[in-house]
Design a protein around this ligand. Sequence first.
Ligand code: PLP
Length: 390
Amino acid sequence: MSHLMNTYARLPVAFSHGNGSWITDTKGKVYLDALSGIAVSTLGHNHPELVAAIAAQAGRLLHTSNLYRMPQQELLADKLSALAGMDEVFFCNSGCEANEAAIKLARFFGHQQGIDSPAIIVMEKAFHGRTMATLSATGNRKTQAGFEPLVSGFVRVTYNDLEAVRAIAEHNKNVVAVMIEIVQGEGGINIANVEFQRGLRQICDENGWLLICDEVQCGMGRTGTWFGFQHAGIRPDVVTLAKGLGGGVPVGACLTSGKAAGLFKPGNHGSTFGGNQLATTAALTTIEVIEKDQLIANAEAVGRAIREDLALALSGTSGIVEIRGQGLMIGIELDRPCGELVTRGLDAGLLINVTADKVVRLLPPLTFSAEEGRELVARLSVLIRDFLAA
Ligand SMILES: *Cc1c(COP(=O)(O)O)cnc(C)c1O
């Protein structure tokens, strides 16, 4: 028996190596990877430039700690700030840590304005992580059960319901921020509509609140723009990143601008590993390749083609509720629980995911080619049709 703590219902497969969008298991079977390790391996597997950059950095320095300056970290902060239109960056190692930084920052911001019990508006079906604060911000009772008492200071509203946010603005003077995923990942690929995003920006401005965008899953090119909020042309005060940022190397970031910048001083927050040489080199190289190979345009075009081809291939199939998404962040909602499709996918040589019980989730590498997109649609549409017919 394994000594691993039983925190995952693991699939009975292990992989030995990968190449681009293809990954091979320990028995030699090859799979098309339409999940990228949950939006992490954005350059696909074994990308030659990323491998070379990581290897070269490992041969120089892995880590020195944030007691010292790190040129790579400064370069990455410059680059991310330019891409996102932000001012400052704090580096950590994961999505929940990036969100913890954002939550601490929002509370700190509130206290500076004399609000002793600052609150953050969060969304139904949100996912922000598994630490106590991010779990409390998450909108899923099941993942919270058994871990009470939760961290206080979160007020929940329905996604895309601007009136609910306005109502809270009138009555709750403790609110200091709104936290939102522009495209909810774990919650089932739900997209914040443009009016909602712009409305939130306006309400935050009117009330002096921070707008925090959790772009841990939908950021870094996934939706066909660098960041999800760029579709609506808004600028958040705080942006959190992780998953795809390092192309597979753990790294997270919390970006701030305007009134959210300049708040933290030495001693207010920190991380031992955060943004070390290995992690920031991986992120810099990932961004370089995304730009050089125009992978954001690729994500937009290939993602659109996949959604259109899926709609065609599944048209007239009863049991399909909706096919939705942006770029290479795609959900196919069925009218019934469909977790079983994941193992059926393995049999068919396809890595996919099911989230929110009924939503098939696709998060292919940003390097996914048009041909791989067609192969994905061919394999997946058969799986879904057979599943729904059974
Ligand atoms: C995955 C995810 C997180 C948590 O990231 P970890 O690296 O697992 O801590 C937070 N927010 C969103 C939107 C995510 O998709």
